[in-house]
Design a protein around this ligand. Structure first.
Ligand code: HEM
Ligand code: SF4
Ligand code: SF4
Length: 530
């Protein structure tokens, strides 16, 4: 059932993502930058909030007038800042909602990734608490409505000795001290929110917390435009003697308030409780089957730390050497953080398929899909390739390159395949071209697999693709699981380009049949490194 919802949501996201790809390009696609945008909007809210605080009078009598004054008399700076503060907070809600729906749709929340999901749940509560306390401070009619509705909701819970709603219903009972407490909360809750946001990204390596500059500038320009076109305004001074009649609601922060009148407080609390519980349990509904974590083989580890640098989930630490090899450190895997993506295998300098040994070993390997398995499957897939242009595909199992095409070798992530595997395939004439097929460029399932592959192929990151590898025979294809048709079209185009290339200089002519390729492949796998 949850799987069906997830797939339906994913199908909903895809066309929008592709449209944004066309408009902005994959690197600037806002849907791939939602966490970073969330942080960016937080900083705008924080800076504009500090600015407003200079003009804001925290006393209950003068709070409203001070806000009116900064909005009207100082509209060109403080007024604009007020609008920035409001609209950036609203954009934070948008970023949050779309972000968590997207993480759900792309199945980024189960297995070892439960931590980011679970720490996201209090973020929802804290963001709403920050926004709602903000609306009280203006002390206008909307503030009065929010104050009464919120305190009635809170009074329904058996936490306060005395009902706090009395403060707002009986004229004159609202104390300045209570108001000061609210001001304090509106500062303390966002600070705590920031702390939880920091915890939220602790378990992922190189989290994107700053959007690309162009996207940041575009968001700022949009905020300026909206702030000038529709400045944030108050809705008339509070009158505690009367209940506010007509007020404009903020549908980003206050969508539940009308439900309090409609359904009653108990039902709204039940809804909030059920939502929170459901969100908290999501990573285990159902739990992801977890492949066995990566294992370090000390006899092949020289402590270079490349695996630790490339792991997207902070699952590898470099620790003091425990054997007598002459290196100061060794890699150590934290099994509870490892998602078995294999990126570390592709990063290890010992991962070279040219090795002569029957038991191909490397410094760090996946127990359920070792480097040797990968080489064996590559050789076997190459054996089935026929025709003039034999293309071997190393395909990420999360992208559009899987399927039942001939010559496809599935990998948990494209970056599991060390560049030397591509060299091995071409130099041993197992194929005429190698296509490395991953997820869509905007969203690698394993976060950094596409980036590392591109950098390794461009020789800007170790281990890099050697200069002798003919680049015209290597192609990367980034297509999501729902873009299999585009993948096939790009693959066909690559095959055509290969067919137009002059024949390669080989020791022997290309093998005529799959059977012959198999023999050649089996032979070459056992040869000395080139
Ligand atoms: C405004 C609030 C939030 C901010 C600023 C935020 C920020 C971020 C950032 C920066 C990342 C790292 C992205 C990357 O570099 O790959 C991230 C990842 C993640 N977030 Fe949030 N987040 C927020 C709310 C939430 C919520 C409410 C949930 C769900 C309940 C959530 C679930 C996740 C998950 C599951 C990941 C991990 C993705 C992965 O492992 O690839 N986030 N978030
Ligand atoms: S397989 Fe390697 S790179 Fe992937 S999560 Fe585990 S330790 Fe990190
Ligand atoms: S990349 Fe390989 S050699 Fe380097 S530290 Fe990791 S396991 Fe050891």
């Amino acid at each position: 059932m949850i799987g069906l919802v997830r797939n339906a949501l994913r199908r909903g996201f895809e066309p929008v993502e592709r449209t944004f790809d066309r408009l902005f390009g994959p690197a600037l696609n806002p849907l791939a930058q939602l966490g970073a945008l969330g942080f960016f909007f937080f900083w705008i809210v924080a800076v504009s909030g500090i600015y407003l605080f200079i003009f804001f009078d925290t006393g209950i009598e003068r709070a409203y007038t001070s806000v009116e004054n900064l909005t009207v008399a100082h509209w060109y700076h403080a007024g604009v800042m007020r609008s920035f503060h409001r609209y950036a907070s609203e954009l934070m809600v948008v970023a949050l909602v779309v972000h968590f729906l997207r993480e759900f749709a792309y199945d980024h929340y189960r297995g070892a990734r439960w931590f980011s999901w679970l720490t996201g749940v209090p973020i929802i509560w804290l963001l709403y608490a920050s926004g709602i306390t903000g609306y009280w401070l203006v002390w206008d009619k909307l503030a009065q409505y929010v104050a009464i509705a919120t305190s009635e909701l809170l009074d329904w819970l058996p936490i306060f000795g005395e009902p706090i709603a009395r403060n707002f219903i009986l004229t004159g009972t609202l104390t300045g001290r209570f108001f000061t407490l609210l001001v304090f909360m509106h500062i303390a809750v966002p600070l705590f929110l920031l702390f939880v946001m920091w915890i939220h990204i602790l378990r992922i390596s190189r989290p994107k917390i700053n959007p690309p500059r162009t996207l940041a500038v575009l968001s700022l320009l949009a905020l300026i435009a909206v702030s000038l076109y529709k400045p944030a305004l108050s809705q008339g001074h509070v009158d505690l003697a009367k209940l506010p009649a007509e007020i404009g609601l903020d549908w980003f922060y206050l969508p539940l308030y009308p439900l309090v009148d409609l359904w009653g407080k108990g039902a709204v609390w039940a809804l909030l409780g059920a939502f929170t519980l459901m969100m908290g349990l999501m990573p285990w509904l159902p739990p992801l089957r977890r492949a066995k974590p990566a294992l370090v083989d000390l006899t092949h580890c020289n402590g270079c730390a490349r695996c630790a640098e490339d792991c997207p989930y902070e699952a590898i630490r470099m620790v003091k050497r425990t054997d007598d090899l002459p290196f100061p450190t060794q890699a150590q895997v934290n099994a509870s953080l490892c998602v078995a993506c294999g990126i570390c295998v592709g990063a290890c300098p010992s991962s070279t398929p040219f090795r002569r040994t029957q038991e191909l070993k490397t410094g760090i390997d996946l127990p359920e899909y070792s480097l040797k398995d990968l080489r064996d499957r590559t050789v076997a897939a190459a054996a089935n390739l026929k025709g003039r242009t034999r293309v071997l595909v190393l395909a990420c199992e999360h992208g559009g390159g899987g399927g039942h095409l001939e010559g496809v070798v599935p990998v948990p992530c494209v970056a599991m395949a060390p560049p030397s595997l591509v060299d091995f395939i071409l130099s041993r004439d197992l194929a005429d071209g190698v296509a490395v097929a991953g997820c869509a460029a905007r969203s690698c399932f394993n976060r950094l697999g596409i980036t590392w592959t591109e950098q390794r192929f461009a020789a800007t990151r170790d281990p890099y693709l050697r200069a002798r590898v003919p680049r015209e025979r290597v192609r990367t294809i980034w297509a999501s699981a729902l873009e299999a048709r585009r993948f096939r079209a790009e693959l066909a185009e690559f095959a055509e380009e290969l067919a137009r290339l002059p024949p390669r200089r080989r020791g022997s002519s290309p093998p005529p049949s799959g059977h012959d390729t198999a023999k050649a492949a089996a032979r070459t796998a056992e040869e000395t490194p080139a």
